[in-house]
Each structure stands twice: as structure tokens, then as C-alpha cells.
Design a protein around this ligand. Structure first.
Ligand SMILES: [Zn+2]
Length: 243
């Protein structure tokens, strides 16, 4: 039974599961704080103010980090027992894996967000993300615990169903959090018409979602809002001008 009491990270570290939980908590805390600092830096660069999260927001921020720690722990256990398989070699397949990850997670998160806006889900869970009309970089983590688990387990399910390269997974997580911070800046600048802003979401796009409440569900791209005609206005269509 001894091997069940310990975990190993590659070949260079062995320790107890309590240590692992602490390590994963530190990892999730550093990621979340780095994301907020990146957001504050972007706001400062743009000459915009940063609204300090209130007590309620700080409470849910910490709760999300704790739940993300638990989800990372589940991911590690699933990988340890072979439920999740990951390719570890550095090769050109990383690029296709990354693109596939963005596309699949884009449709999964769009669908979950759309469901969260249907009646019972919104009233009981998703109202929390919409409680504060003013977005700030910390808003990315001010989420109802059930919503965190819904997104977290869908991420683990995708990792269970497909085998991705570790570098593609890390790149996707960096992309996901960077776009999350940018889209939660809470500013209304109209972005210039470039190919990136035609496809990917922007702060104004997300702000529109918080104003209207039933449009602009995309977390990564505007593809599914275009397909299902849930855009806030015709000029958010990536074929025309963009928000
Ligand atoms: Zn929403």
C-alpha cells in the first residue's frame, strides 16, 4: 500500500499527498494572483482605473482557488491511474493539439455558458458572475462554486476523452487565462479591425454580455455566437466591424 501514500513528479520528486495539495494550492494561487497583476498592469497601461474587489468578491476569489486546487488534484490522480493520458514528447503535433484544444474548449465553454443563462441555472448559480456590473481582472475568479466545478469537470472530461501533448495543454491554459484577463478588463474600447479581434472576444464583447445578459456567450471566439445568432449587435459579427 506504500506506493498509494505517495506521489511522484517525474523522477525528481516524491512526497505525501498532503504536500501535493499544498503545492497545487500554491500553484493555483500564484496563477490567479499573476492573472490579476497582469490585468492591473494592462489597465494602468491603458490609463484605466482598477476597482479593488469588495469583500464578497474576495471571498469567492479564494473559494475558486481552493476548488481549482481540488480539480488540479483530481487531474493529477486521473493521470496517475491512467484515466487521463498525456503525450510528453516535444514535436510539431503540439500546434495541431493546441488548435484542437482551443476549438473544443471554445464550443464546450460556450455551451455551458449558454446553459448557465437558462432560468434555474441563472437564478441559482450564474447570477453571481453578473452581480457586479463593473468587471475587473479578478472577476475571472469571482464565480459560484458549482459553476467552477461545471467548467473544471468539463475540462477534465475533454482531457479524458482525448490525448494531448503537455506543451499544448500548458499553452492552452496560458492562452485561456490571458484571454480571460483581457476580456474581464471591464473597458469599452472598440478594438481595431484586425484578424485577431474578428475571431477572438474582447473586453467590449464581454462587457456587452454583462449589460444585455443574454448575448455574447463566447469565452474564446465569436464563432458560436455567430452560428447561433446570439451576438449583442450586428457589428460584433466577425464578418463586419468588431467589438
Ligand atoms: Zn454570463
Amino acid at each position: 500500500m506504500r506506493h498509494r501514500m505517495n506521489y511522484s513528479l517525474s523522477l525528481f520528486y516524491r512526497g505525501s499527498f498532503r504536500e501535493l495539495l499544498l503545492l497545487l494550492f500554491a500553484e493555483n494561487l500564484i496563477i490567479a494572483l499573476s492573472a490579476v497583476i497582469m490585468g492591473i498592469f494592462l489597465l494602468k497601461t491603458l490609463g484605466e482605473p482598477f476597482n479593488i474587489p469588495d469583500k464578497r468578491e474576495r471571498k469567492f476569489f479564494l473559494l475558486t482557488i481552493l476548488l481549482n486546487t481540488l480539480l488540479t488534484y483530481f487531474g493529477f490522480v486521473f493521470w496517475s491511474v491512467g484515466i487521463i493520458t498525456i503525450k510528453l514528447r516535444f514535436n510539431p503535433g503540439i500546434i495541431t493539439d493546441f488548435i484542437f484544444l482551443v476549438l473544443i474548449m471554445d464550443v464546450v465553454t460556450w455551451l455551458i455558458h449558454y446553459i448557465l443563462h437558462t432560468k434555474p441555472f441563472f437564478e441559482k448559480i450564474h447570477y453571481l458572475s453578473h452581480a457586479n456590473k463593473n468587471l475587473n481582472p479578478a472577476s475571472l475568479f469571482v464565480v459560484h462554486p458549482i459553476e467552477t466545478l461545471m467548467f473544471g469537470f468539463s475540462w477534465l472530461l475533454v482531457l479524458t476523452l482525448f490525448t494531448f501533448n503537455i506543451y499544448a495543454i500548458i499553452s492552452y491554459l496560458v492562452f485561456n487565462i490571458t484571454l480571460g484577463v483581457i476580456s474581464n478588463l471591464g473597458i469599452n474600447h472598440i478594438t481595431t479591425r484586425n484578424s485577431f479581434s474578428k475571431i477572438f472576444i474582447s473586453p467590449a464583447f464581454r462587457l456587452e454580455h454583462h449589460k444585455s445578459g443574454n448575448t455574447n456567450f463566447g469565452y474564446h471566439t465569436k464563432i458560436w455566437d455567430n452560428v447561433f445568432r446570439t451576438l449583442s449587435a450586428s457589428y460584433t459579427n466577425f464578418a463586419k466591424n468588431t467589438l
